[in-house]
Design a protein around this ligand. Structure first.
Ligand SMILES: CC(C)(COP(=O)(O)OP(=O)(O)OC[C@H]1O[C@@H](n2cnc3c(N)ncnc32)[C@H](O)[C@@H]1OP(=O)(O)O)[C@@H](O)C(=O)NCCC(=O)NCCS
Length: 188
């Protein structure tokens, strides 16, 4: 797979995907605890499809959902990055920040550390004006990451995800936002 922007933090490297990540990515997507707030775990084929979609976004936009490695161990632990949603709602087109990490790596601050660097990339390199993040209300862990990043809950942007039926527990989404000005102010 192609080369492209990498992002480095104190403990982590965010990099483009390699062919050999496929198995570990499939294992991540097949874990019911990791996928609790999604419709289902992904099959190997669905996981591979997702990798291809991620790669296409890197080629199209110059950013995407990076593979995340722990630097010292050179160990793949999940992804974090920027994505452009392919569905339409009242605030699209938009850029979202997202993350998914292996369960045994939760509770170490890796998601927040990676995501802070992704916000910096989004505002400094990609020159975005705002970055959104959304999840279902039950996904408290993800919302805590958003809050640690200084993102602001913005109820006006909440939406019903068009890919789910009206009575689906996954339909209603809460939205957080950070603007370029808020990001700059947070950095002092
Ligand atoms: C959402 C998700 C990435 C959050 O992971 P996380 O490990 O809870 O988040 P962080 O990396 O910010 O870590 C914060 C935790 O690490 C702890 N921590 C330990 N060392 C730390 C450090 N050096 N810096 C910051 N926090 C640290 C914090 O105290 C906090 O612990 P707590 O959960 O007991 O409050 C993870 O739950 C996940 O991958 N979920 C499945 C996928 C998913 O739902 N994605 C989002 C879809 S919208």
């Amino acid at each position: 797979m192609a080369s492209g922007p990498t992002v480095e933090t104190e403990r982590l490297i965010l990099r483009r995907w390699r062919e050999r990540d496929r198995d570990e990515f499939a294992a991540l997507n097949a874990d019911p605890e990791v996928m609790e707030h999604f419709p289902n775990v992904l099959s190997t084929e669905e996981s591979d499809q997702m990798l291809r979609r991620i790669d296409r976004q890197f080629e199209e936009f110059g950013f995407g959902l990076w593979a995340v490695d722990i630097k010292w161990a050179k160990k793949f632990i999940g992804f974090c990055g920027l994505a452009v949603p392919t569905f339409q709602t009242h605030f699209t087109p938009a850029v979202e920040i997202g993350w998914r990490f292996a369960k045994d790596q939760w509770g170490s601050g890796y998601a927040t550390e990676a995501a802070k660097a992704v916000l910096d990339f989004g505002f400094e390199q990609a020159e975005l004006e705002q970055i959104l993040s959304w999840t279902i209300p039950a996904n408290q862990r993800s919302q805590r990451v958003m809050e640690r990043l200084g993102m602001i809950r913005t109820p006006d942007l909440d939406f019903d995800h068009p890919r789910f039926l009206h009575d689906d527990r996954l339909r209603r989404h809460v939205v957080y936002r950070i603007t370029r000005e808020q990001w700059a102010a947070d950095r002092g």
